[in-house]
Design a protein around this ligand. Structure first.
Ligand SMILES: Cc1ncc(COP(=O)(O)O)c(C=O)c1O
Length: 326
């Protein structure tokens, strides 16, 4: 199904799940980001973005803890935790839902929430849970899709086996607006009048997507992203020994984040923002903070076509910024 934005693609995926399952409720993760429309903001796990907008809420909706091992909601440690973050979802459904659950929507890596990479086995547990409750599993790959992790879809990397994948961002190559909803054929249940937009099939966007896919689908391109991701990861992993404000470095492919902490290991949002501002003013380095500036993770996302030298330079400049900010 064609769409224009990631937000509306996610709305489409939820509609499909609700119609297919004849159920209502939607489960999503704390710290998730599924878009900027009122409904997509409602299902996203960052409630501060709804402040002042009483309609930015999704009825029949549950938020559950994210697989954020660095700051585990249950104060447990992987792998001994027994995936409490998945087990507890059953309780949330039991006590917090209407009992009619349609779908679970997850980002393979919670991008805006802090580049949170779920631990091995998480998605397999989640798949089992979705099967148990008859929930459609939606992978929101708006950030992780189209080569960002070195795979066309992060669902392949994590072996998620989703029923629906939503795409946007990278699909248009350089920001041409286009989104897509990929689904198993049995889920192709929406009629035209149930989800369509004036520019939903515009030829410029389709041409941009086709050209992007022609490039990204080449195995050597994806392989190159994987190799560059390894370089980026190993260079970023050298930084914590030099800079005490880095509590964690995590990522895959060309999607990385560094978690900024204070002396006690608590999230240091102020410093994360200072790093981002200084990176731009001193080094002309464009970085983004998690949670729209309310988070403490500095996101590092080079272009997929960045060269090895450019990746090394990005980390050198970041190193200089960390040196200055202290
Ligand atoms: C994971 C994820 N889902 C959905 C969206 C919303 O996409 P769009 O801005 O195209 O509506 C975003 C945007 O940042 C995103 O990161």
């Amino acid at each position: 199904m064609r769409d224009i934005t990631g937000s509306t693609a996610n709305e489409c995926a939820v509609k499909i799940a609700q119609k297919y399952t004849e159920s209502t409720d939607i489960v999503s993760l704390f710290l998730s980001h599924h878009g900027q429309t009122q409904f997509a903001t409602g299902i996203s796990g960052n409630a501060f973005r709804r402040k002042g907008f009483p309609n930015s809420t999704a009825p029949n909706h549950l938020h559950v803890p994210a697989p954020y091992c660095y700051r585990c909601h249950y104060k447990a440690s992987y792998p001994g935790c027994g995936f409490q973050c998945v087990e507890a979802i059953a309780d949330h459904i039991e006590y917090g839902s209407s009992g009619s659950v349609a779908c679970m929507i997850v980002e393979p890596i919670l991008g805006n929430g802090g580049n949170i990479v779920p631990p091995p086995g998480y998605f397999q547990q989640l798949r089992k849970l979705c099967n148990e409750y008859g929930m459609v599993l939606i992978a929101d790959e708006v950030q992780t899709g189209i080569g960002r992790t070195g795979y066309m879809f992060a669902s392949e990397l994590f072996d998620i086996q989703p029923d629906i994948i939503t795409l946007a961002k990278g699909l248009g190559g350089i920001g041409v607006p286009i989104a897509a909803v990929l689904m198993k054929s049995r889920l192709n249940v929406l009629k035209k009048h149930e989800h369509s937009f004036t520019s939903g099939s515009n030829l410029i966007s389709l041409a941009a997507a086709q050209s992007t896919l022609d490039v990204v689908a080449q195995p050597e391109f994806l392989n190159d992203v994987k190799l560059k991701g390894e370089i980026l990861g190993s260079l970023l992993n050298e930084l914590p020994s030099k800079h005490k404000c880095i509590g964690d470095v995590r990522g895959v492919g060309l999607m990385w984040g560094i978690e900024i902490v204070d002396q006690d290991g608590a999230p240091d949002v102020h410093k994360a923002n200072e790093i981002i501002e200084t990176a731009f003013s001193d080094q002309r380095l464009i970085l983004r903070d998690s949670r729209y500036g309310y988070g403490n993770v500095v996101k590092v996302r080079p272009a997929l076509v960045a060269t090895d030298d450019e990746i090394a330079e990005i980390v050198e400049r970041l190193d200089a910024v960390l040196q200055k900010v202290g």
